[in-house]
Design a protein around this ligand. Structure first.
Ligand code: GLN
Length: 188
């Protein structure tokens, strides 16, 4: 299975490693040509405002939007979740979301004192809790009717799925636990 990893900025290498461990073939996506033939796309953690700018200047924004509209499965972690959301609060004024999943997120929503933290979370579909690394993570402030919440942290959704689109506020790619990547691949 050919899974693209958006490779403009962020923790691309870690996602590649997690996908390889799951038996998929990760492909780095930097240009519109890199998208052809992909079965799915991973949008990594990083800085969503920078990613938005680079997506625009590379022409990838339009190309990815088209593939998402055609139903390409996507997995976004942290900044990747922000890009896939329908509404972004505290983003750049010109930051355009893909609106691939019906959620509203607030960038850096966990506040300064909780900028970064780690915890163990029960995730629906996984046999045992998962270690979750949150780094200036977005808070999910709204979920639409069609969205499944697979995990929560202090009452807020942190893993959500709608159809073929999976998102997490934290970084499963940083904890050496490939089970969420595996769950995504199962659905592709
Ligand atoms: N706060 C970052 C943003 O707004 C996301 C942080 C992350 O991906 N670790 O894009």
């Amino acid at each position: 299975m050919k899974i693209g990893v958006l490779a403009l900025q962020g923790d691309v290498r870690e996602h590649r490693a997690a996908l390889s461990e799951c038996g998929a073939s990760p492909i780095e996506v930097r240009t519109t040509q890199d998208l052809s033939g992909l079965d799915a796309l991973v949008l990594p953690g990083g800085e969503s405002t920078t990613l938005s700018l680079l997506l625009g200047s590379s022409g990838l924004w339009d190309a990815i939007q088209e593939r998402l509209r055609d139903g390409m499965p996507a997995f976004g972690t942290c900044a990747g979740m922000i890009l896939l959301a329908k509404e972004i609060s505290d983003g750049r004024a010109d930051q355009q979301p893909f609106a691939a999943i019906d959620i509203g997120v607030r960038r850096n929503g966990y506040g300064r004192q909780l900028d970064s933290f780690e915890t163990d979370l029960a995730v629906e579909g996984l046999d045992a809790p998962m270690h979750a690394v949150f780094i200036r993570a977005p808070v999910v402030e709204r979920t639409g009717d069609g969205v499944e919440v697979l995990a929560t942290q202090s009452g807020d959704p942190v893993v959500c799925r709608q159809g073929a689109v999976l998102v997490s506020s934290f970084h499963p790619e940083l904890s050496g636990d490939g089970r969420l990547h595996n769950l995504f691949i199962q659905g592709v």
